[in-house]
Write a protein that binds this ligand. Structure first.
Ligand SMILES: [Zn+2]
Length: 74
């Protein structure tokens, strides 16, 4: 795959997304670690739903979550 599955921009070979969506994905992962610690346990998909519904979620992050939910991404 040579382009971002979300927006079609070129990607770095080791990544799934363009740098904008990759940044958003990495932010999501980092925030998940924090939520998991704060709540004791947290399911990845429950977390994604929570972030998607939260106010202030950026468009890049929201697009990454939509892609994950459609199971384009593990
Ligand atoms: Zn992209």
């Amino acid at each position: 795959m040579t382009s971002c599955i979300i927006c079609g921009r070129p990607i770095q070979e080791e990544h799934r997304f363009c740098r904008y969506h990759q940044n958003a994905y990495e932010e999501l992962r980092k925030m998940f670690d924090r939520w998991e610690k704060a709540y004791g346990s947290m399911q990845w998909h429950d977390y994604l739903e929570g972030v998607l519904k939260a106010e202030g979620t950026g468009i890049w992050v929201a697009e990454v979550i939509e892609a994950i939910k459609k199971e384009y991404v593990p």
